[in-house]
Design a protein around this ligand. Structure first.
Ligand SMILES: Nc1nc2c(ncn2[C@@H]2O[C@H](COP(=O)(O)OP(=O)(O)OP(=O)(O)O)[C@@H](O)[C@H]2O)c(=O)[nH]1
Ligand SMILES: [Zn+2]
Length: 301
Protein backbone atom coordinates (compact mmCIF):
# COMPACT_ATOMS: atom_id res chain seq x y z
CA UNK A 1 0.00 0.00 0.00
CA UNK A 2 1.44 3.34 -1.03
CA UNK A 3 1.11 6.28 1.29
CA UNK A 4 1.12 9.06 -1.20
CA UNK A 5 -1.39 11.84 -0.72
CA UNK A 6 -4.38 11.87 -3.01
CA UNK A 7 -6.80 14.67 -3.71
CA UNK A 8 -10.55 14.44 -3.91
CA UNK A 9 -13.93 16.12 -3.64
CA UNK A 10 -16.08 15.66 -0.56
CA UNK A 11 -19.46 14.52 -1.81
CA UNK A 12 -20.98 13.56 1.50
CA UNK A 13 -20.20 14.12 5.12
CA UNK A 14 -21.58 13.28 8.51
CA UNK A 15 -20.16 13.87 11.97
CA UNK A 16 -17.39 11.32 11.65
CA UNK A 17 -16.89 10.30 8.08
CA UNK A 18 -16.55 11.77 4.66
CA UNK A 19 -17.08 10.25 1.27
CA UNK A 20 -14.39 11.54 -1.01
CA UNK A 21 -14.18 11.05 -4.77
CA UNK A 22 -10.57 10.87 -5.88
CA UNK A 23 -9.99 13.47 -8.61
CA UNK A 24 -8.39 11.25 -11.25
CA UNK A 25 -9.69 7.72 -10.77
CA UNK A 26 -13.05 9.01 -9.45
CA UNK A 27 -12.94 6.16 -6.99
CA UNK A 28 -14.75 6.62 -3.69
CA UNK A 29 -13.00 6.55 -0.34
CA UNK A 30 -14.60 6.52 3.06
CA UNK A 31 -12.38 8.88 5.02
CA UNK A 32 -12.12 9.88 8.61
CA UNK A 33 -10.65 13.01 10.05
CA UNK A 34 -7.88 13.40 12.56
CA UNK A 35 -9.07 14.46 16.02
CA UNK A 36 -7.06 17.67 15.82
CA UNK A 37 -9.47 18.97 13.16
CA UNK A 38 -12.29 18.95 15.66
CA UNK A 39 -10.16 20.60 18.32
CA UNK A 40 -9.22 23.35 15.89
CA UNK A 41 -12.84 23.80 14.88
CA UNK A 42 -12.13 22.74 11.30
CA UNK A 43 -15.26 21.40 9.69
CA UNK A 44 -15.38 20.06 6.17
CA UNK A 45 -18.15 20.93 3.76
CA UNK A 46 -19.54 19.08 0.83
CA UNK A 47 -17.69 20.41 -2.21
CA UNK A 48 -14.39 20.78 -0.33
CA UNK A 49 -11.24 19.58 -2.00
CA UNK A 50 -9.26 17.54 0.50
CA UNK A 51 -5.92 15.80 0.56
CA UNK A 52 -6.03 12.32 2.03
CA UNK A 53 -3.88 9.27 2.55
CA UNK A 54 -5.39 5.89 1.68
CA UNK A 55 -5.50 3.50 4.64
CA UNK A 56 -7.11 0.61 2.81
CA UNK A 57 -8.67 -0.28 -0.48
CA UNK A 58 -11.56 2.16 -0.13
CA UNK A 59 -10.72 3.99 3.08
CA UNK A 60 -8.53 6.93 3.92
CA UNK A 61 -7.60 9.64 6.35
CA UNK A 62 -8.04 13.31 5.54
CA UNK A 63 -4.86 15.32 5.99
CA UNK A 64 -5.79 18.74 4.78
CA UNK A 65 -8.71 20.79 3.48
CA UNK A 66 -7.72 23.11 0.66
CA UNK A 67 -8.79 26.75 0.69
CA UNK A 68 -12.36 27.28 -0.46
CA UNK A 69 -13.09 29.45 -3.45
CA UNK A 70 -16.51 30.22 -2.00
CA UNK A 71 -19.16 28.92 0.34
CA UNK A 72 -22.86 28.86 -0.41
CA UNK A 73 -25.21 29.11 2.56
CA UNK A 74 -28.33 27.27 1.39
CA UNK A 75 -27.56 24.50 0.71
CA UNK A 76 -24.23 24.60 2.50
CA UNK A 77 -21.66 23.74 -0.19
CA UNK A 78 -18.10 24.86 -0.84
CA UNK A 79 -16.59 25.68 -4.23
CA UNK A 80 -19.83 26.07 -6.14
CA UNK A 81 -19.32 27.05 -9.78
CA UNK A 82 -22.81 28.03 -10.82
CA UNK A 83 -26.51 28.18 -10.18
CA UNK A 84 -28.90 26.70 -12.72
CA UNK A 85 -32.20 28.43 -12.23
CA UNK A 86 -35.03 26.34 -13.62
CA UNK A 87 -38.29 27.91 -14.64
CA UNK A 88 -41.18 27.18 -16.97
CA UNK A 89 -43.84 29.13 -18.80
CA UNK A 90 -46.63 26.55 -18.59
CA UNK A 91 -47.67 24.12 -15.87
CA UNK A 92 -46.73 26.06 -13.83
CA UNK A 93 -46.37 29.44 -15.47
CA UNK A 94 -43.81 30.86 -13.08
CA UNK A 95 -44.44 34.59 -12.50
CA UNK A 96 -41.52 36.84 -13.43
CA UNK A 97 -41.69 38.23 -9.91
CA UNK A 98 -40.71 34.82 -8.52
CA UNK A 99 -37.90 34.59 -11.04
CA UNK A 100 -36.72 38.04 -9.98
CA UNK A 101 -36.60 36.99 -6.34
CA UNK A 102 -34.52 33.95 -7.24
CA UNK A 103 -32.24 36.19 -9.27
CA UNK A 104 -31.70 38.56 -6.34
CA UNK A 105 -30.61 35.60 -4.22
CA UNK A 106 -28.40 34.33 -7.03
CA UNK A 107 -26.81 37.75 -7.55
CA UNK A 108 -26.27 38.07 -3.82
CA UNK A 109 -24.37 34.78 -3.84
CA UNK A 110 -22.16 36.22 -6.55
CA UNK A 111 -22.26 33.02 -8.61
CA UNK A 112 -22.77 32.76 -12.36
CA UNK A 113 -26.40 31.96 -13.09
CA UNK A 114 -27.96 30.21 -16.07
CA UNK A 115 -31.69 30.18 -16.68
CA UNK A 116 -33.11 26.88 -17.94
CA UNK A 117 -36.67 27.10 -19.26
CA UNK A 118 -38.13 23.64 -18.98
CA UNK A 119 -41.31 22.13 -20.47
CA UNK A 120 -41.00 23.99 -23.77
CA UNK A 121 -42.84 20.99 -25.28
CA UNK A 122 -46.00 22.47 -23.74
CA UNK A 123 -45.75 25.80 -25.54
CA UNK A 124 -48.10 26.43 -28.44
CA UNK A 125 -46.16 29.44 -29.69
CA UNK A 126 -42.89 31.22 -28.98
CA UNK A 127 -44.59 34.33 -27.67
CA UNK A 128 -44.00 33.70 -23.97
CA UNK A 129 -40.42 32.70 -24.75
CA UNK A 130 -39.80 35.95 -26.62
CA UNK A 131 -41.07 37.83 -23.60
CA UNK A 132 -38.63 35.94 -21.41
CA UNK A 133 -35.72 36.68 -23.76
CA UNK A 134 -36.75 40.32 -23.92
CA UNK A 135 -36.75 40.57 -20.12
CA UNK A 136 -33.70 38.48 -19.22
CA UNK A 137 -31.83 37.60 -22.40
CA UNK A 138 -29.42 40.50 -22.33
CA UNK A 139 -28.13 39.66 -18.88
CA UNK A 140 -28.47 35.91 -18.51
CA UNK A 141 -27.86 32.85 -20.61
CA UNK A 142 -31.17 31.22 -21.30
CA UNK A 143 -31.48 27.64 -22.43
CA UNK A 144 -34.77 26.12 -23.59
CA UNK A 145 -35.17 22.49 -22.61
CA UNK A 146 -37.65 19.70 -22.19
CA UNK A 147 -37.04 16.89 -19.75
CA UNK A 148 -39.94 15.09 -21.37
CA UNK A 149 -38.84 15.11 -25.02
CA UNK A 150 -35.11 15.43 -24.36
CA UNK A 151 -34.92 18.70 -26.30
CA UNK A 152 -31.56 20.44 -25.68
CA UNK A 153 -30.67 18.06 -22.87
CA UNK A 154 -27.28 17.56 -24.56
CA UNK A 155 -26.70 21.32 -24.37
CA UNK A 156 -27.70 21.39 -20.72
CA UNK A 157 -25.28 18.54 -20.10
CA UNK A 158 -22.48 20.76 -21.39
CA UNK A 159 -23.54 23.42 -18.89
CA UNK A 160 -23.19 21.00 -15.97
CA UNK A 161 -20.14 19.12 -17.20
CA UNK A 162 -17.10 19.30 -14.93
CA UNK A 163 -18.63 21.82 -12.56
CA UNK A 164 -20.21 21.93 -9.13
CA UNK A 165 -23.73 23.26 -9.57
CA UNK A 166 -26.79 23.88 -7.56
CA UNK A 167 -30.24 23.94 -9.06
CA UNK A 168 -32.89 26.37 -7.96
CA UNK A 169 -36.45 26.93 -9.01
CA UNK A 170 -40.04 26.79 -7.90
CA UNK A 171 -41.60 23.50 -6.97
CA UNK A 172 -42.90 21.55 -9.96
CA UNK A 173 -40.78 23.16 -12.67
CA UNK A 174 -39.07 19.84 -13.31
CA UNK A 175 -35.73 19.98 -11.49
CA UNK A 176 -35.74 16.28 -10.64
CA UNK A 177 -36.97 15.37 -14.11
CA UNK A 178 -34.12 17.32 -15.67
CA UNK A 179 -31.53 15.61 -13.51
CA UNK A 180 -32.95 12.29 -14.51
CA UNK A 181 -32.93 13.24 -18.19
CA UNK A 182 -29.32 14.41 -17.91
CA UNK A 183 -28.19 11.27 -16.15
CA UNK A 184 -30.74 8.49 -15.70
CA UNK A 185 -30.65 6.90 -12.26
CA UNK A 186 -28.50 9.69 -10.81
CA UNK A 187 -30.03 9.68 -7.34
CA UNK A 188 -30.24 5.91 -7.03
CA UNK A 189 -26.63 5.52 -8.02
CA UNK A 190 -25.47 7.90 -5.33
CA UNK A 191 -27.43 6.23 -2.56
CA UNK A 192 -25.77 2.96 -3.63
CA UNK A 193 -22.35 4.47 -3.09
CA UNK A 194 -23.39 5.70 0.31
CA UNK A 195 -24.77 2.33 1.29
CA UNK A 196 -21.71 0.42 0.19
CA UNK A 197 -19.21 2.66 1.90
CA UNK A 198 -21.37 3.44 4.84
CA UNK A 199 -22.02 -0.17 5.76
CA UNK A 200 -25.50 0.47 6.95
CA UNK A 201 -24.92 3.40 9.24
CA UNK A 202 -27.60 6.02 9.78
CA UNK A 203 -28.44 8.13 6.76
CA UNK A 204 -27.64 11.77 6.85
CA UNK A 205 -30.02 14.63 6.22
CA UNK A 206 -27.20 16.89 5.13
CA UNK A 207 -26.75 17.99 1.55
CA UNK A 208 -24.96 15.57 -0.75
CA UNK A 209 -23.37 16.05 -4.11
CA UNK A 210 -24.69 13.82 -6.86
CA UNK A 211 -22.08 12.75 -9.39
CA UNK A 212 -22.82 12.92 -13.07
CA UNK A 213 -21.44 10.05 -15.16
CA UNK A 214 -20.23 12.66 -17.65
CA UNK A 215 -18.32 14.57 -14.94
CA UNK A 216 -19.45 17.24 -12.54
CA UNK A 217 -21.60 17.45 -9.45
CA UNK A 218 -24.97 18.80 -8.47
CA UNK A 219 -26.43 19.31 -4.99
CA UNK A 220 -29.20 16.85 -4.16
CA UNK A 221 -31.36 19.59 -2.63
CA UNK A 222 -32.45 22.72 -4.46
CA UNK A 223 -31.02 26.08 -3.48
CA UNK A 224 -32.96 29.03 -2.13
CA UNK A 225 -35.97 26.92 -1.28
CA UNK A 226 -37.53 29.53 1.01
CA UNK A 227 -36.99 32.63 -1.16
CA UNK A 228 -36.46 34.54 2.05
CA UNK A 229 -34.39 37.62 1.39
CA UNK A 230 -30.93 37.91 2.89
CA UNK A 231 -29.98 40.85 5.11
CA UNK A 232 -29.54 43.39 2.36
CA UNK A 233 -29.82 47.10 3.09
CA UNK A 234 -32.65 48.47 0.90
CA UNK A 235 -30.15 50.89 -0.65
CA UNK A 236 -28.01 47.97 -1.75
CA UNK A 237 -30.75 46.13 -3.60
CA UNK A 238 -30.09 47.99 -6.85
CA UNK A 239 -26.77 46.18 -7.09
CA UNK A 240 -28.52 42.82 -7.34
CA UNK A 241 -30.55 43.77 -10.40
CA UNK A 242 -28.05 43.55 -13.23
CA UNK A 243 -30.17 45.59 -15.63
CA UNK A 244 -30.56 48.43 -13.12
CA UNK A 245 -26.97 48.26 -12.01
CA UNK A 246 -25.47 48.89 -15.44
CA UNK A 247 -27.44 52.13 -15.80
CA UNK A 248 -27.09 53.37 -12.20
CA UNK A 249 -24.16 55.66 -12.97
CA UNK A 250 -26.25 57.93 -15.19
CA UNK A 251 -28.77 59.08 -12.56
CA UNK A 252 -28.40 62.69 -11.28
CA UNK A 253 -27.54 61.47 -7.81
CA UNK A 254 -24.81 58.89 -7.45
CA UNK A 255 -26.65 57.25 -4.54
CA UNK A 256 -29.98 57.18 -6.42
CA UNK A 257 -32.10 54.20 -5.43
CA UNK A 258 -34.43 54.76 -8.40
CA UNK A 259 -37.55 55.35 -6.35
CA UNK A 260 -38.43 59.04 -5.78
CA UNK A 261 -35.30 60.90 -6.83
CA UNK A 262 -35.39 63.54 -9.57
CA UNK A 263 -33.25 62.94 -12.63
CA UNK A 264 -33.42 59.17 -12.30
CA UNK A 265 -32.14 57.63 -15.51
CA UNK A 266 -33.35 54.15 -14.55
CA UNK A 267 -36.93 55.43 -14.28
CA UNK A 268 -36.52 57.14 -17.64
CA UNK A 269 -35.52 53.79 -19.16
CA UNK A 270 -38.56 52.15 -17.62
CA UNK A 271 -40.72 54.84 -19.27
CA UNK A 272 -39.16 54.23 -22.67
CA UNK A 273 -39.47 50.46 -22.24
CA UNK A 274 -35.72 49.85 -22.27
CA UNK A 275 -35.97 48.38 -18.78
CA UNK A 276 -38.94 45.99 -18.59
CA UNK A 277 -41.75 47.21 -16.32
CA UNK A 278 -41.96 43.81 -14.62
CA UNK A 279 -38.34 44.08 -13.56
CA UNK A 280 -38.82 47.56 -12.14
CA UNK A 281 -42.00 46.50 -10.34
CA UNK A 282 -40.18 43.55 -8.79
CA UNK A 283 -37.43 45.90 -7.73
CA UNK A 284 -39.89 48.25 -6.02
CA UNK A 285 -41.74 45.43 -4.33
CA UNK A 286 -38.57 43.85 -2.95
CA UNK A 287 -37.21 47.28 -2.01
CA UNK A 288 -40.31 47.96 0.08
CA UNK A 289 -40.09 44.56 1.69
CA UNK A 290 -36.49 45.23 2.68
CA UNK A 291 -37.46 48.63 4.06
CA UNK A 292 -40.15 47.00 6.21
CA UNK A 293 -37.66 44.44 7.47
CA UNK A 294 -35.25 47.21 8.25
CA UNK A 295 -37.87 49.15 10.22
CA UNK A 296 -38.86 46.05 12.16
CA UNK A 297 -35.28 45.50 13.15
CA UNK A 298 -34.87 49.08 14.37
CA UNK A 299 -38.07 48.84 16.39
CA UNK A 300 -36.67 45.91 18.35
CA UNK A 301 -33.28 47.38 18.99
N1 LIG B 1 -44.68 18.34 -20.27
C1 LIG B 1 -43.61 18.28 -19.49
N2 LIG B 1 -43.72 17.92 -18.20
C2 LIG B 1 -42.60 17.87 -17.44
C3 LIG B 1 -41.32 18.20 -17.96
N3 LIG B 1 -40.43 18.08 -16.96
C4 LIG B 1 -41.09 17.69 -15.87
N4 LIG B 1 -42.41 17.56 -16.15
C5 LIG B 1 -43.47 17.17 -15.18
O1 LIG B 1 -43.60 18.18 -14.21
C6 LIG B 1 -43.90 17.63 -12.93
C7 LIG B 1 -42.93 18.12 -11.88
O2 LIG B 1 -41.65 17.64 -12.17
P1 LIG B 1 -40.53 17.43 -11.06
O3 LIG B 1 -39.29 16.95 -11.75
O4 LIG B 1 -41.05 16.62 -9.94
O5 LIG B 1 -40.34 18.93 -10.56
P2 LIG B 1 -39.39 19.50 -9.41
O6 LIG B 1 -38.95 20.84 -9.84
O7 LIG B 1 -38.33 18.52 -9.08
O8 LIG B 1 -40.41 19.64 -8.23
P3 LIG B 1 -40.10 19.68 -6.64
O9 LIG B 1 -39.59 18.33 -6.26
O10 LIG B 1 -41.45 19.99 -6.05
O11 LIG B 1 -39.13 20.79 -6.40
C8 LIG B 1 -43.91 16.12 -13.12
O12 LIG B 1 -45.24 15.69 -13.29
C9 LIG B 1 -43.12 15.92 -14.41
O13 LIG B 1 -43.50 14.76 -15.11
C10 LIG B 1 -41.24 18.58 -19.35
O14 LIG B 1 -40.18 18.88 -19.90
N5 LIG B 1 -42.41 18.62 -20.05
ZN1 LIG C 1 -32.01 56.39 -10.41
Amino acid sequence: MSHERLKGNVIRYDSRTLIVTELHSRKHYLCDMPGRFKKLGIKPLVGDVVEFIPTGDDTGRVENILNRRNELKRPRIANVDQIVLVTCLEEPGVPFYILDRFLVLAEYSGLPTIIAVNKVDLLKSRRALLDLYHTYGEYYNIIEVSAKTGYNIDLLREVFKGKISTMAGMSGVGKSSLLNALNPGLKLKTSDISKKLDRGRHTTTRVELLEFDFGGYVADTPGFASLELPEIEPEELKNYFRDLRVHSGYCSFSDCVHVDEPGCYVKELVETGDIPTTRYESYRKIYEELQEKHKEKKRWK
